[in-house]
Structures are given as C-alpha cells and as structure tokens.
Write a protein that binds this ligand. Structure first.
Ligand code: SIN
Length: 322
C-alpha cells in the first residue's frame, strides 16, 4: 500500500455518549446519547490539522442512536458504508464514533465482515459532549492518530489513551473514563501526546473479513441468536419457549470453566437435537475455557458471550464460508 497517495480519513457517526447532551454541564449520567452530528463533533476537536498532517476528513452520519439500542439493520448499514469508503483508493482509514455500551459487539462484527487491510478505528466517550471536561474530543483525536499510523490494521477501539483489538476489547466499567479493557492481555497500544506506541504491532488476523458474505443477506433475514446465562435458580422453560418461537442459535455463558446448571442440560440438549446451534463460553470476566467442556461446542477464541453471539450469528447467516 502506497500510504503517500492515501489522503482521506472517513469518520462515520453512529451516536453514543460522545454525541450526547445534558441540560447541565455537571450532569454526567442524566443525559441523552446520540444528539449531535458527527460533523459538529469533529469541529469541536482542537488541533486537528496537526493530527491529520494534510489528510482530508470526510464525515457521514450513518445512525444516531444510544448503542444499547444497536440492531442488525444498523450494523449492516454501517458495514456497507465502511466497505464503500474502504474500497476507495484514496481513503486511508475509517473512524467510527459509537456508544460505549455495545462497542465491542460492533467492533467484532465489523472485524469479521470487512474484507480490508485498512484500519477501522472505533471511538467513543464516557461523558456527554456538554460535560465540563468531555472525553470525546481527546478520544476522537487519538482515534485519528491511530487511523493514520501505518502499522494500524484490522478493527481497533480507542478510548482513554488506549488501543484495543476487536477480539479482546470489553467494556468493564459503567462510569469511569477508562471503561475498556483487553483483560489479561493488556492494551494493544497507547496514544501519548498524539504519538502512537504499540505494545505489540497489530497483525492481520484470520477472522478479518471471513464472513463478508453475510453483508449480502438482508438483516431482516438474519437468524435469531440469543445469549443465556447459567446461574443459581435458572429456569429451563425459557429455552423451550425460545425454541418454539424460532430460535436458531444460542450462546450459553456457563459458570467457571464452562459448566452449566444441571437444570438446563436436558432442555439445551433437546434444543440442539432440534437443530439449534449451541455454543458455550464462560461468564467469567477474563480467560478462555480450558480443556474439554460439557456437551456443547466451545465458542472460538475465548470470546465473551456477546461476541460469541456475533460469531454464531455470522456462521448461521453464511454457512459453508467458515
Ligand atoms: C451508548 O452506548 O450509546 C451510551 C453510553 C455511552 O456511549 O457511554
């Protein structure tokens, strides 16, 4: 890739707290997410020309929502717009402003459906744009610095001066600015005074774009894939109800090393026998399942339940492409 010829960075807005507004500057929780347009967010970032080093910025509003309400149609639209821009020879990277709540799911979805060598950098904020000290402008500036870094590859998340990969990133705190973690791996890198410092240079992973066929299937036809947590007193009757209602895939967040409450087992085995694809992961915050586990296939790559749901969804949309 001749990086000198690339001169555009495209910023796609989807909403989130980074675009949120509150009635009072000191209100950091009672705000409405997804209010301000992405162009306005960019105009609020000081010193952008220093970060961009002559690159042109193009922005587009793809959605305007609180990411707790993220849906498959928005994912499809976002992926198609990202693919459109990434396919232009003068586009260096795509940056996406997103809510923090489901950022890790969107990142993992995009990682699997975007067939590209160019970086896609998601960024966000924990405080609304109207806060006394909003974190959005700094995060956006940092994301643009990562997008311009020649070593950046794949789908990355930038928040609070840290870079995380789509595979490892997870929201771990409901309030503090450093809300994301890559668990026991630590961040992939940092942005310090506009400079990117990689802990380990990112590499193109085997998952990048492997499910791009899914984008050709209208999201209304994507199968229903749910997450079920195993816990004390859990009821099996919800599984039977889901299967009757048309469930096609189920990710079970098991206890510890992928154990499942005995009260769930016969309903899960019956669902599997009826053709529901069942994957097992752990509800533990860190680590991956070790050794052989229960009667169900373990989710790949030590993914958490929400990302394992995305993988299973894509597997069921485009069977034969995995
Ligand atoms: C959202 O996820 O859209 C709201 C919360 C946030 O961005 O921090």
């Amino acid at each position: 890739m001749d990086t000198k010829k690339l001169q555009k960075i495209v910023v796609l807005g989807t909403g989130g707290t980074i675009a949120g507004t509150a009635a009072r500057a000191e209100d950091l929780t009672g705000y409405t997410a997804g209010q301000l347009g992405v162009q306005l967010l960019l105009s609020g970032v000081p010193g952008l020309s220093e970060t961009l080093q002559g690159d042109e910025l193009v922005s587009e509003q793809v959605a305007q929502l609180d990411s707790k309400d993220m849906d498959h149609a928005t994912w499809q639209a976002l992926a198609l717009r990202s693919a459109h821009w990434l396919g232009q020879s003068d586009v260096r990277a795509v940056v996406i402003t997103h809510g923090t709540d489901t950022l890790e799911e969107t990142a993992w979805f995009l990682q699997q459906v975007l067939h590209t060598d160019k970086p896609v950098v998601l960024t966000c904020a924990m405080r609304p744009a109207t806060a006394l000290a909003p974190d959005g402008p700094q995060n956006l500036r940092d994301a643009l610095a990562v997008a311009r870094d020649p070593r950046a590859v794949g789908v990355l998340a930038v928040c609070a001066g840290q870079i995380h990969t789509a595979q490892r990133v997870q929201k771990v705190h409901p309030y503090r600015l450093e809300a994301f973690s890559s668990g026991e791996f630590g961040p992939q890198g940092w942005i310090e005074q506009g400079q990117v410092r990689w802990a380990e240079s990112p590499t193109r992973s085997a998952e990048q774009g492997h499910a791009h066929h899914a984008l050709g299937v209208p999201s209304a036809n994507w199968p229903w894939v749910a997450v079920l947590h195993s816990h004390a007193g859990v009821e099996a009757r919800q599984i039977d109800a889901w299967v009757q209602a048309g469930l096609k895939g189920l990710v079970v967040a098991g206890t510890g090393n992928g154990t499942v409450h005995q009260g769930l087992m016969s309903a899960l085995l019956a669902a599997q026998a009826q053709g529901v694809a069942v994957r097992l992961t752990t509800r533990c915050a860190e680590g991956a399942l070790v050794g052989p586990v229960a009667a169900f296939q373990a989710a790949a790559l030590g993914l958490n339940a929400y990302k394992a749901r995305v993988s299973l969804l894509l597997e069921l949309i485009a069977p034969g492409h995995h």
